[in-house]
Structures are given as structure tokens and as C-alpha cells.
Design a protein around this ligand. Structure first.
Ligand SMILES: [Zn+2]
Length: 216
């Protein structure tokens, strides 16, 4: 009900071109995104430096996808989460893979960053995926305890040092024997999600997957 009222005041718009569109993605822009879709799955089971088992991603980080991800994260366009989730849900095979997990945990922001931005971009995507798939959302366990330099401004080596010990896991029992899917917006070196995965793996999780909108 509340959603319907909000739709009248703020009608949903296409996250790519800004035209009013009920599905948050117009047909024209859907074709643009389709041209760029990858729906990739990278396997990391044999990579002993990684604490996660697989990485699922929808796009490569380029072109229009890069543009809307920057708008989504830095230009106050929180509504774009709908554009991404509606696009993901059109791929049944990919959704089946997502549904094979037990819990979804979005990469958290520090309190300070969340206050500045007004929203956590990964949490909005995670929430909507959980709403549409009936998976369990967990935003209480993983917390960011260090306010660090924005990872995207650093090179690979500096990213790893910057992110070290930036997170903590409260209520570790919530992930014991569970298949956990961690959601982030962009995957570059994987150091952020690896740091999160380390805590979740060490707490006794059975399997860890990473889902990002794009891979850089
Ligand atoms: Zn459009």
C-alpha cells in the first residue's frame, strides 16, 4: 500500500535513461543492458588465497553499466537498485543459483559512510533479491568497524592493507553450516569480499558465494 502511494508521488523511472517506467528499466535500455550482459560464474574452490568458492556477476564494469553504477553509488540515485534486480530476475538459471544459498549478507558500510550516502547500495540490492526469492537477509552479523579510504581510489596492494581488519562478525552462530551469498556492487581485486569471507568462513560457513553487479 505504502509502495503504491510512493509510486504516485515518485513514479519509478528507468535507471539508465530516466524516463518513467513501471519496471525501472525501459525496453530500449533493456536492449542496451542485454548487449552487455555476461552472467558469469568464476570458480575459486582451488584458489587457496580466497575464502569464497564462487563469484557470480552480471556485467563487466564498462560502458553504460559503469556509468549507472557510478550514479547509483555516488550521485544519490538509490532507485537504480530496482533496475539491477529486475534485470537479474529475468535470468532464471542465475536466479536458481542464487536460491541455492541459505542467507544473503550485503557488504556493510561504516556508520559514517552510510550516513553521508544515505543508503548502502549493496544492502538495497540484497534486500530486494531476498524479497523476491524468499531468501533470508542478514544485515546484523557483518559490521564495518573501520572507516577506511574508498577502495576504488587505491591500487591492488594498498587495497589489501587498507581493508585489513575493517570488518567484524557479530553473532557468528548465524552462519554456521550455512551457504552464504555476499553481495557487493563492483568486484575489482576481490580484497573487500575476501576480507568479509574470511570472517564468515572461519565462523563455520559451509559455502560462500559472491554476487556483484559488475566485475572490473
Ligand atoms: Zn531507459
Amino acid at each position: 500500500m505504502l509502495n503504491k502511494k510512493l509510486d504516485i508521488i515518485f513514479p519509478p523511472v528507468c535507471g539508465v535513461c530516466g524516463r518513467i517506467d513501471r519496471n525501472s528499466l525501459c525496453n530500449k535500455c533493456n536492449i542496451q543492458l542485454k548487449n552487455q550482459e555476461v552472467f558469469g560464474i568464476d570458480n575459486y574452490i582451488d584458489d587457496y588465497e580466497k575464502y569464497y568458492d564462487e563469484h557470480l556477476y552480471i556485467f563487466m564494469y564498462s560502458g553504460v553499466v559503469r556509468k549507472i553504477l557510478i550514479d547509483y553509488k555516488f550521485n544519490d540515485c538509490s532507485f537504480i537498485y530496482k533496475t539491477f534486480t529486475n534485470f537479474i530476475l529475468k535470468n532464471e538459471k542465475f536466479v536458481e543459483n542464487i536460491k541455492s544459498y541459505d542467507i544473503i549478507i550485503p557488504v556493510p558500510l561504516s556508520k559514517k559512510r552510510k550516513k553521508e550516502r544515505g543508503y548502502n547500495q549493496s544492502e538495497l540490492i540484497a534486500k530486494e533479491i531476498c524479497r523476491l526469492t524468499n531468501l533470508k537477509l542478514n544485515t546484523k552479523s557483518l559490521k564495518k568497524i573501520k572507516n577506511i579510504t574508498e577502495q576504488s581510489t587505491l591500487n591492488k596492494e594498498k587495497r589489501e592493507t587498507n581493508i585489513k581488519d575493517a570488518y567484524c562478525l557479530k553473532f557468528p552462530s548465524t552462519v554456521v553450516n550455512k551457504k552464504v551469498l555476499i553481495i557487493d556492487d563492483v568486484y575489482t581485486t576481490g580484497s573487500t569480499v575476501n576480507e568479509c569471507s574470511k570472517l564468515i568462513k572461519n565462523a563455520g560457513s559451509k559455502q560462500i558465494g559472491i554476487l556483484t553487479i559488475a566485475k572490473d
